[in-house]
Design a protein around this ligand. Structure first.
Ligand code: SAM
Length: 185
């Protein structure tokens, strides 16, 4: 990896170089922190637009002594532009705001330009994992990934935790829509 890219990754403040996973829209970090605790050999970076949530994530990671969990403030596709090409092993996008009203649909984060950035930052064996309770949004995401992506089984055999929103929806008896995708025909 180029020196410049290494410096960017070091700038996130992880204690060690390790595979990097992104939790986009990490909220207060329930998933990020839980995964970092389960997988100390992987770095988990949360990207979140609300600074108070970013600060809560980082304070929690510090309190729990998790050097592999960090969050930064960032909004949409722009926030991915600072990440080096091919540096991400897993990109988690869970319960992105659905903006259900037709006139607000352009506010959805999952757009062509966002997907292009995800594709750029994913490494060779990188995986994009999508989860939402919103069926129309899920259909839109699958339409956008119809070409150039291939679905693989959701269960990757790793121990995992539920996200905050997943816990809420499952408590209501709902099953979220999920897809794990890899670049390819
Ligand atoms: C519905 S919550 C889901 C939180 C978490 N992923 C979960 O599953 O529990 C969406 C989160 O994404 C953040 N968010 C919304 N739009 C964003 C954007 N364009 N860029 C970065 N974060 C965003 C929100 O502030 C919020 O914390």
């Amino acid at each position: 990896m180029e020196k410049e890219s290494e410096e960017v990754l070091r700038g996130f403040g992880f204690a060690a170089t390790a595979p990097l996973e992104i939790d986009f829209g990490c909220h207060r970090g329930a998933f990020l922190i839980g995964m970092a605790a389960l997988h100390p050999g992987t770095n988990f970076l949360g990207i979140e637009k609300q600074i108070d949530r970013v600060e809560k994530c980082n304070a929690r990671a510090e309190r729990l002594g998790l050097p592999n969990a960090r969050a930064i403030q960032g909004i949409g596709a722009e926030s991915l532009k600072e990440l080096p090409t091919g540096c991400v092993s897993v990109f988690h996008l869970y319960f992105p705001d659905p903006w259900p009203k037709r006139r607000h649909a352009s506010r959805r984060v999952f757009q062509k330009s966002f997907l292009a950035e995800i594709r750029r930052v994913l490494g060779q064996d990188g995986v994009l994992r999508l989860m939402t309770d919103d069926e129309p949004y899920f259909r839109e995401m699958r339409d956008l990934t119809r070409v150039g992506w291939r679905e693989i089984p959701w269960d990757d055999g790793r121990e995992t935790v539920q996200t905050a929103f997943e816990i809420t929806f499952r408590k209501l008896g709902q099953t979220p829509f999920q897809a794990a995708l890899v670049p390819g025909a």
